[in-house]
Write a protein that binds this ligand. Sequence first.
Ligand SMILES: Nc1ncnc2c1ncn2[C@@H]1O[C@H](COP(=O)(O)OP(=O)(O)OP(=O)(O)O)[C@@H](O)[C@H]1O
Ligand SMILES: [Mg+2]
Length: 350
Amino acid sequence: MIFGGRQLIGLDIGSSSIKMIELKATGKTFKINRFGMAPLPPGLVEGGEVLDPGVLSGIISGLHKELGLRTKHVCSGMFGGAVIVKKISIPRIDPKLISEQIKWEAEQYIPFDLSEVNLDYHLLKSNQSSETMDILLVAAKQDFIIRYYEAIESAGLHCSIIDVNGFALANCFEMNYGARNGQTLALINIGSGVSNLVIVDNGEVVFCRDIPIGGNLYNMEIARELGVSQAEAEDLKIGSTRASESPPELSAVISATNEMICDEIRNSFDFYDSSNSGPEVGSIFLSGGSIHIPQLVEAIANGTQKDCQVLNPLQNVEYSAKEFSPDYMNQIAPFLAVSIGLAARKVGDS
Ligand SMILES: Nc1ncnc2c1ncn2[C@@H]1O[C@H](COP(=O)(O)OP(=O)(O)OP(=O)(O)O)[C@@H](O)[C@H]1O
Ligand SMILES: [Mg+2]
């Protein structure tokens, strides 16, 4: 959804923090101009829903000032229950007529009241001689969009594009690794409340689903099993990634939770396979703050029996080592994937 504007700041509104980034295009690559994160109080953004746009807006404008950004045009992304992405096939028609046609088609596929939804679509490169054409249908609830828009505009900024986090993740992948034609890859961004899963086939997104679990699940399980508060559980969890060895009871909860995350990912792959959205996934690239969890990447590789690696959002994105220490950038790289993908959008992309 595009509301106008030009140079864009990528604003990833996550469940536990916001990330704001400004990129500068340098020929074919990008360089980070400014970057910052600000934590959000629990319950402000839940499952992709902004519950208090007023409070969020104060945090957005505070970070924008702190970073000294002059650009006011923002590209942000929706995720979670607010947005549905579905690959559909329709009889081949003149592409100019698609936007009318999808209004009729959407009724069968979108479980929301269509009068309360914004519809968008992307025409996939399907076989020209086929009698049908493949379309990626995107439906976002209007009242959710309004709250993103309100939070950004009340911060004195302009909401130029509201994208979908999964698409931003795919954009970040392509910026760093190229289109990888001929391959089918899964990109999974494991955050705190939600994990974004995107399947890219031949350089195109063919499947996008947000799984409603992430790092918070570890906190809940640690709190329950070890009888501590959520805040203490978060400290124990973060501590376990830094220590060479953790108490056995903590390690046991973390590895059991790794398996739960893995089961959810496997369920989503089963759903993808059964919906015939595209060929079988070859390899997986992981990002998001929760991939710091010990043994999670290995657990996903074992559980899915697929080649699994960490997505480096800075593989092809430069930064000044004077302004950002390479150690710091390595630490925060997993948090950056979605915001980098958003910041690289140009008005006219969608
Ligand atoms: N060193 C670490 N070890 C383990 N987990 C960590 C570490 N650092 C951050 N996390 C976890 O990463 C999560 C935050 O990641 P991220 O910023 O990607 O999520 P988010 O964007 O705020 O949330 P979401 O995408 O789910 O809305 C939190 O659950 C946090 O506890
Ligand atoms: Mg996130």
